[in-house]
Design a protein around this ligand. Structure first.
Ligand SMILES: [Mn+2]
Length: 311
């Protein structure tokens, strides 16, 4: 939050510099001081009225959690996931890492079927089903378009939908959170880790909770992907364990320490562990954890017990 205020005031200062001559320095300083206090008041007010944890979901230290990666309109994988979840105990949560739509070669593209069913599943199981936002969903509500083999998948998908369907899907996408933090210190997001604007001192949970999905509408796509928190959460493919450590530290400021981060987005064969704090999941595997278990490094995650094959 403080970083954000600093950034805004710096920008304001630059703008003023171009508007005012040297002789107006005093006036400039006075304006900056006033702006500082107005901004602090406004942000405190926004924080007070903003719904708590809008984009971050916190899970308790009890129950189970099953995490599945990108679906891309694959109905067969989706049906399998649904079956596994419905067959689980009542204290089991389902986390989906985003990218439900826009097919890939090798299977029938059934994005609409997957989405319609997922919207129903979320309605039925409410807090137990947590679909996260992926870059493919974001492309429909303000993010950069996504293309495959020269085809703009965002345009192509909307082209074949009715206006009512587009509206329904966009409303669903806007409701999706970005990150899950478990009581045991596991962080789950579409991609990761966030590298932009973070340090141990930044309270990243507050920053993520304030993200608005349409802020990026007029941004340069590269600038958005590389230099914003949202862009990093949805697109990052740089997996430096040091970045991951800072990311986890900046998510630990509520006193609940984070140890590892789990995400999808990047194609890997089955799954891939990076350093001791990152796990990348592919659609072929899923992660099953007991939320009361203390897991402090990805090497503690065992094949068969925690990491399982989807079929
Ligand atoms: Mn993705």
């Amino acid at each position: 939050m403080n970083d954000m205020i600093k950034k805004i005031t710096e920008r304001y200062k630059r703008e003023l510099n171009t508007l005012l001559g040297e002789e107006k320095k005093l006036l400039q300083q006075e304006l900056i001081n006033r702006l500082d206090s107005i901004l602090i008041e406004c942000l405190a007010e926004a924080k007070r009225v903003a719904p708590e944890d809008k984009r971050v979901i916190r899970l308790p230290r009890k129950g189970k959690l099953k995490i599945f990666a990108d679906l891309h309109g694959n109905w067969r994988n989706y049906s399998r996931i649904k079956k596994i979840f419905i067959g689980s105990d009542k204290d089991c949560y389902l986390a989906l890492l985003g990218d439900y739509i826009h097919g890939s070669p090798g299977y029938p593209e059934e994005s609409e079927r997957v989405l319609d069913d997922l919207i129903g599943l979320k309605r039925r199981y409410r807090k137990r089903v947590i679909p996260l936002l992926g870059d493919h969903e974001h492309s429909h509500i303000g993010g950069p378009s996504v293309s495959k083999h020269g085809v703009d998948q965002t345009l192509a998908f909307e082209y074949r939908l009715s206006q009512d369907k587009i509206k329904k899907y966009k409303n669903f996408f806007r409701s999706l959170p970005l990150l899950i933090k478990t009581g045991s210190g596991i962080v789950i997001s579409h991609s990761g880790p966030v590298r932009a604007f973070i340090s141990k001192e930044v309270n990243l949970i507050d920053e993520i909770n304030m993200i608005s999905y349409d802020d990026s509408i007029n941004m340069d796509p590269y600038e958005f992907r590389d230099n914003t928190i949202l862009g990093n959460l949805l697109w990052n493919r740089i997996f430096d364990p040091k970045d991951a450590r800072t990311f986890l530290e900046s998510l630990s400021q509520d006193g609940n320490k984070c140890f590892l981060t789990v995400y999808g987005h990047t194609p890997v064969d089955g799954y891939r562990m990076v350093g001791n704090n990152q796990l990348i999941l592919s659609p072929q595997c899923f992660l099953e954890i007991d939320l009361s278990e203390r897991i402090e490094s990805v090497q503690q995650l065992k094949k068969g017990k925690h990491i399982k094959k989807l079929r």
